[in-house]
Each structure stands twice: as C-alpha cells, then as structure tokens.
Design a protein around this ligand. Structure first.
Ligand SMILES: Cc1cc2nc3c(=O)[nH]c(=O)nc-3n(C[C@H](O)[C@H](O)[C@H](O)COP(=O)(O)OP(=O)(O)OC[C@H]3O[C@@H](n4cnc5c(N)ncnc54)[C@H](O)[C@@H]3O)c2cc1C
Length: 228
C-alpha cells in the first residue's frame, strides 16, 4: 500500500481504535480494508448498499409482529426461567458468560459516544467522517440525518471514541488475537456439544460480523436446524 498511505490513513486510526500498536495486531485486521485503484470511495464493494428505510428497529418490529417479545431482561438474572421456557434457545450473548467464565474471560474493545444537537441544518454533509490521525481522540463523527436525507433545521452528531472494555460495559469488538482465539476455541468446543442451544452472532461466536453477514448466518442457522 505504501508508507505514505499507511501512515496517513491506517496507522493512527488503527492504533487508537484497538489501543495497541499495529505491530501487535493480527494481520487479518488490515486485510479487512479494501484497496482499489479507482475513484470509488465506498468502504464496501457490494453492488447495493444502504440501511432499511426507518432503520433496523422497523425491520425487527415487523419480523416480530404477533410474536410475544420481552426486552430489557438479562438471561442470567433468571436463567432457569428462560431455560425452561422452550425446547430450543438461540443465545446471542457473550459465550464465556454462558459458561460462567470457566476457562477465563474473553477480551473486547469498547466505544463511547458524545452526542450533541447542533443549531444548523448540516454539519459535515455526510453520515460518517473518519478521523485517521492519532492526535484526534475520536475515530469518527456520525451525523444521523444523512442516513435518511433528513431536512430538519437542526442536526444530531456523535463523536465516537474507542475505549478499553471493562466488565459490565457493552462489549463491542472481539479482540481476535492468538490468546483470545485459543480461549474462544475452548468455549466453542463446549457450544458444539449443546443440543438445545444455538449460539449465534458477534458475541456468541466471538467474531466481528457486518449486518448482511450476521443476517446471512442467522438464515443459514435456521436452514441447518430445519434439516437436522
Ligand atoms: C460501533 C459499531 C458500528 C457498526 N457499524 C456497522 C455498519 O456500518 N455496517 C454493518 O453492516 N454493520 C455494522 N456493525 C455490525 C453490526 O452492528 C452487527 O453485525 C450486528 O449488530 C450483529 O448482530 P448480533 O445479533 O450478532 O449482535 P447484537 O446486535 O449485539 O445482538 C445481540 C443481542 O443479544 C442481547 N443479549 C446479550 N447478552 C444478553 C443477556 N445476558 N440477556 C439478554 N439479552 C442479551 C443483546 O442485548 C443484543 O440485543 C457495527 C457494529 C458496531 C459495534
């Protein structure tokens, strides 16, 4: 890629995002970045890109229509109750917590946001602008209205700051280095033997997924269950 591009776009951003020197990170993190020699500045190369009109909440609400749904309940606050509720369980929480951390705790990278309402119709002209330099403490600014071409007189922006993950905080990104991968593999071995529980998603599989991939995985899982 060349040293100039690496130092301008990659090094500072990656090191603040992960809180580690690039040299300590696994190579596949860098392989996730697309490199192309065209003027296409999209991050993804998919032919069709976007978010559902009205957001993902609308999509999940429609999928769950007429299905009894409870939210804001911690599975571990009353584990026997949830376990006795059905024959199958789809578990999308942290896999190490499911097994009571018996082999040790997996590590994550976390995030925090500072959100502001600004008295202007447009702040940055785009839903997302990345700040790649190490000297700026946040990695990006999100301006939500541009996801849906909003015409409101004000705008809402969030500055996104990478953060160390501590127990009790929301785990965002798995740290798939050698140590955590070895630990995850031990839990995955137990998970494979479970008859009633389907482990799915970024926390249960300790793997970064984009939305399209996680939906695809969920559909594959369903097919797999039907044909079992
Ligand atoms: C900051 C950030 C930005 C992202 N940007 C993009 C993007 O631009 N494009 C893209 O395609 N993807 C993006 N993603 C990825 C996308 O968010 C994930 O692919 C998707 O949310 C993964 O779905 P999931 O079901 O695996 O996990 P989640 O969406 O995290 O769902 C897991 C669910 O399990 C629940 N749960 C966990 N533990 C418990 C418990 N103990 N009891 C009860 N419930 C529990 C959680 O509350 C949550 O609802 C981004 C992710 C992050 C973190």
């Amino acid at each position: 890629m060349g040293k100039d591009i690496y130092e301008t776009l990659i090094k500072g951003y990656t090191e603040k995002q992960w809180g580690r020197q690039c040299a300590e990170l696994p190579a596949f993190i860098i392989k996730r970045l697309p490199v192309r020699f065209t003027f296409d500045n999209n991050y993804f190369k998919d032919r069709y890109q976007g978010v559902p009109v009205g957001g993902y909440n609308k999509l999940s609400a429609a999928l769950l229509k007429d299905i009894e749904t409870k939210t804001s309940c911690d599975f571990f606050a009353d584990r026997p109750y949830w376990e006795n509720l059905s024959d199958k369980i789809v578990y999308t929480g942290e896999i190490d917590r499911y097994y009571d951390y018996k082999f040790g705790k997996l590590e994550y990278r976390s995030l925090r946001w500072e959100t502001e309402i600004l008295d202007c119709a447009n702040y940055q002209g785009s839903a997302l602008v990345n700040y790649t330099e190490a000297a700026v403490p946040y990695t990006r600014i999100i301006e939500y209205k541009h996801f849906e071409f909003g015409a409101q007189p004000q705008t809402v922006i969030s500055r996104e700051y990478p953060a160390e993950w501590r127990e009790g905080a929301e785990p965002f990104y798995p740290i798939n280095d050698a140590k955590n991968t070895a630990l995850y593999n031990k839990y995955a071995e137990l998970a494979r033997k479970e008859k009633r529980v389907i482990f799915g998603g970024r926390l249960a599989e300790y793997k970064y997924y984009d939305m399209d991939r996680v939906i695809e995985r969920a559909l594959e899982n369903v097919k797999c269950q039907i044909t079992k």
